[in-house]
Ligand binder design. Structure first.
Ligand SMILES: O=c1ccn([C@H]2C[C@H](O)[C@@H](COP(=O)(O)OP(=O)(O)OP(=O)(O)O)O2)c(=O)[nH]1
Ligand SMILES: [Mg+2]
Length: 178
């Protein structure tokens, strides 16, 4: 067992497929959404918020002002997939080039880094999530099974003065602190 994908126990009954490459020399394993969800247009969300404020025609209360100034966050699309690999390897998540062109979808983190020690972590079993922002004008529906990103296995190198930490990964998305 060198490297590969597994379905998470939560997604075991969803009938999802393991990621595959689309052509003989494709570098990326296509990852699909494990659920149906709507990704609201980021423009629309921002404008709706602005309209709401304007329509009020009065000074906002402190809580309203606080709500209105909250950042619009990217959506985390679940895949129901976890990945195992060698300790010196990483899975790089990259967007599909057709996503921005055809669907207005971008990966706000540029690329996703899936660490080898994310596998089977205590918080979410190592489920891969794809961060997506819909920067199109219209809301976008994602269907279960839609391919949303691709994962590329890579070896990584250590620096001379590397002091490998002994800490165990407990989750993702900021689990190691700010
Ligand atoms: O697009 C992504 C990016 C990351 N991850 C998971 C796998 C990765 O191993 C973990 C941590 O990612 P990263 O180190 O890039 O984020 P961080 O903000 O530094 O979080 P942490 O403190 O948990 O390392 O989150 C995803 O599922 N999807
Ligand atoms: Mg990190």
């Amino acid at each position: 067992m060198k490297r590969g994908f597994e379905i998470t126990s939560q997604a075991a009954d969803l009938g999802i497929q393991l990621p595959q490459r689309a052509t003989k020399q494709a570098a990326g394993y296509d990852l699909a959404s494990s659920t149906e969800m709507v990704l609201p247009s980021i423009w629309k969300q921002g404008l709706l918020r602005a309209f709401k404020i304007l329509r009020k025609g009065r000074k906002l209360s402190a809580t309203e002002a606080d709500d209105a100034s909250q950042d619009l966050k990217p959506y985390l699309v679940p895949t129901g997939i976890k990945v195992y690999m060698q300790p010196n390897e990483v899975l790089i998540l990259a967007n599909r080039s057709s996503n921005p062109l055809k669907r207005g979808l971008i990966l706000p983190n540029g690329i996703g880094v899936i660490d080898a020690d994310y596998y089977n972590n205590e918080k979410n079993e190592g489920e891969i999530f794809v961060q997506l922002v819909n920067w199109g004008i219209r809301d976008r529906k994602i269907h279960k099974g839609d391919r949303i990103a691709q994962g590329i296995f890579m070896p990584y190198l250590l620096a001379d003065a590397d002091e490998t930490p002994h800490t165990t990964r407990t989750g993702g998305f900021g689990s190691s602190g700010d």
